[in-house]
Design a protein around this ligand. Structure first.
Ligand code: BG6
Length: 298
């Protein structure tokens, strides 16, 4: 399979395919800027995004499991068509642990971009769980920034509704010195308090306990300031109205089998999403949501 993928989609010094963890195939992308990223066909899951100096921007747990039907712990899982356990489907939906197909790879030399596009269509087993005919496409573009774009098409005759999240795990040096900017004044539901609604009053949101919140109506820019590393991650979402802030903290970290006891110190999830208001798409229509990630020195 790796050979076949390379024959069809490799681009000299920019895209190649390798056997990744658990023997699963992954695409390795190099942009002209020296930026690097890795995407598994499993879940179209971005597991690594590094700058030219080799600094990793995404967190992956050392205890993550890798294999058919398993969700990786870290990177950017795609939640669809359900977020968390807000419905009858498996947690975070159906496609984060399924094999996607590679549609195409390309480079845009002028912009120094390299990209890969994936496609997912439901098989018989999935149709039993969720009867709607859909197609997901996921475009991963790397240049100075990382941009991910999810497109959902309704291939059936009736409208359907879904939730989605780009469940991004950022790699940070010390959660005790992290601040999230851009949330002040927003209403959020606190999943640890039965979904009760609160309003964020802080300009800079820090995390000092287990946190699991869904903020509504996010602005066009959110930032994660990692003071200890001297880094700022910036997220520019489009078509995604909500943002989840999640850190399991000490006790939950201990309960999670695929997460190290101390790893809560080195990660923060800031997920761009549509959760509070489900997206509805009519027959033959298409929805698109994307997020541009940039990283700068603080
Ligand atoms: C977050 C949810 O998005 O994902 C949390 O808000 C959840 O409630 C977390 O615990 C991790 O989910 P999972 O299924 O990957 O363990």
């Amino acid at each position: 399979m790796i050979q076949e993928l390379n024959n069809q989609f490799a681009i000299s010094s920019h895209v190649r395919f390798e056997k990744g963890q658990g023997g699963l195939p992954k695409a390795v992308l190099h942009a002209s800027s020296g930026n690097f990223c890795e995407v598994y066909l499993h879940g179209a899951h971005v597991t690594s995004w590094r700058d030219a100096a080799g600094a990793e921007n995404l967190f992956m747990s050392e205890k993550s499991e890798f294999g058919e039907g398993l969700a990786f712990r870290g990177g950017i899982p795609i939640c669809f068509p359900q977020f968390a356990d807000q419905g009858d489907l498996p947690k975070h939906g159906l496609i984060r642990d399924r094999a996607w197909k590679v549609l195409k790879t390309s480079i845009t030399p002028n912009e120094g971009s390299v990209s890969i596009e994936f496609d997912y269509r439901p098989d018989k087993m999935l149709k039993k769980l969720w009867p709607h005919l859909f197609e997901c496409r996921y475009l991963v573009e790397l240049n100075e920034n990382l941009t991910v774009t999810l497109t959902v098409s309704n291939r059936g005759n009736a409208p359907f509704r879904f939730q989605t999240a780009l469940h991004t795990y950022f790699s940070i040096q010390d959660i005790r010195r992290v601040k999230i900017l851009g949330l002040q004044g927003l209403d959020f539901t606190d999943s640890l308090k039965g979904g009760k609604v609160f309003t964020e009053t802080r300009e800079a949101v820090d995390v000092s306990e287990e946190t699991d919140r869904i903020y509504k109506n996010i602005p066009s820019r959110l930032c994660v300031l990692d003071d200890a590393a001297g880094k700022i991650f910036q997220l520019t979402p489009l078509g995604l109205a909500d943002a989840v802030v999640w850190n399991p903290w000490i006790d939950k970290a201990r309960r999670m089998v695929d997460f190290g006891d101390d790893e809560y110190l080195r990660m923060i999830c800031l997920e761009t999403a549509n959760i509070h208001t489900r997206v509805q798409i009519a027959a033959d229509e298409r929805w698109m949501g994307k997020t541009v990630f940039t990283v700068q020195s603080a």
